[in-house]
Design a protein around this ligand. Structure first.
Ligand SMILES: Nc1ncnc2c1ncn2[C@@H]1O[C@H](COP(=O)(O)OP(=O)(O)OP(=O)(O)O)[C@@H](O)[C@H]1O
Ligand SMILES: [Mg+2]
Length: 266
């Protein structure tokens, strides 16, 4: 069933918790070289969907294949080690007293505790250079728990880029990050998209301004179901966004980047 270049394939997938449908039915294929934006109102099911893509859970029904492996018949822990993840779920599970550098290093194997692995000087230097890239060199030796919200988010970004995974899922990576931090994130994702063997990416965002110009596709989710899905130019447009959020929205694209505001303020 799975196509040769499919990185993720969901067929009629549903996630039900406590008798409530959180996601689905949803059919979606993410292919090599694609960079997806995932948008929708609070509670739409974005984080729940990312938990499937990041191999953190199985679907309740339907078929989900991630990096060629069918969820439900796969060791999720081994699969998770092959996927870069940025999100609160990762931040919550990291030991707070680990330093920012150690947190970045755990991105190598997708583990959550640095003492489960050993790292050499080259690896430590590479982790520090990533922290530097996200302007976090000053917290390299600081416990992750005592970093500010924006600093923690930047450290998690550096962690997700430390190993060059073929699938990267980012849940609101710009949340709590200042303007230079957001632009560093956008530039890093653009660089990544332009690099050899660029990973397939899925980025949950609440504002269009935080999406890189290299975004190729978008999925709009509402009540767990796709309102629109496909090429970014067609999906991040007035009509689909207005339908998804239930307010009249106008979208503009400038220098490759997107912005949106309520039509009433236009
Ligand atoms: N374990 C759970 N048990 C019951 N309901 C849940 C559970 N996890 C999530 N939900 C509900 O599922 C819905 C989707 O949650 P999810 O976190 O995926 O939304 P989201 O689109 O990421 O929202 P946000 O933009 O606020 O982050 C929400 O209404 C949430 O309350
Ligand atoms: Mg969420």
């Amino acid at each position: 069933m799975s196509e040769a270049d499919a990185v993720v394939q969901l067929v009629d997938v549903r996630v039900d918790v406590g008798g409530r449908r959180l996601v689905g039915p949803l059919t979606l294929t993410l292919r090599e070289g694609e960079h997806w934006a995932l948008l929708g109102p609070n509670g739409a099911g974005k984080t729940t969907l990312l938990s499937l893509l990041g191999a953190s859970r199985h679907p309740s029904s339907g078929a989900a294949t991630v990096l060629g492996l069918p969820l439900g018949r796969t060791d999720l822990r081994a699969l998770r080690a092959r996927i870069g993840v940025v999100g609160q779920s990762v931040a919550d599970r990291l030991p707070g007293h680990a330093s920012a550098t150690e947190v970045v290093l755990t991105g190598r194997d997708g583990i959550l505790a640095p003492w489960w692995a050993s790292f050499d000087d080259v690896e430590r230097a590479s982790a520090r250079s990533l922290l530097d890239r996200f302007r976090c060199a000053h917290v390299a030796d600081q416990p992750f728990v005592s970093c500010s919200q924006g600093e923690r988010q930047r450290v998690l970004l550096a962690r997700s880029l430390y190993a060059r995974h073929s699938l990267l899922v980012l849940d609101e990576p710009a949340a709590g990050v200042d303007l230079p931090g957001r632009e560093a994130l956008v530039a890093a994702l653009d660089d990544l998209a332009a690099s050899a063997k660029a990973p397939t990416t899925v980025q949950v965002a609440h504002t269009l301004e935080e999406l890189p110009g290299s975004t190729t596709h978008a999925l709009l989710l509402r009540d767990g179901r796709a309102v629109a899905s496909g090429r970014v130019d067609e999906v991040l447009a007035d009509e689909p966004l207005s339908a998804c959020f239930g307010i009249d929205v106008r979208v503009v694209r400038r220098a490759g980047r997107f912005a949106a505001q309520a039509a009433a303020a236009w």
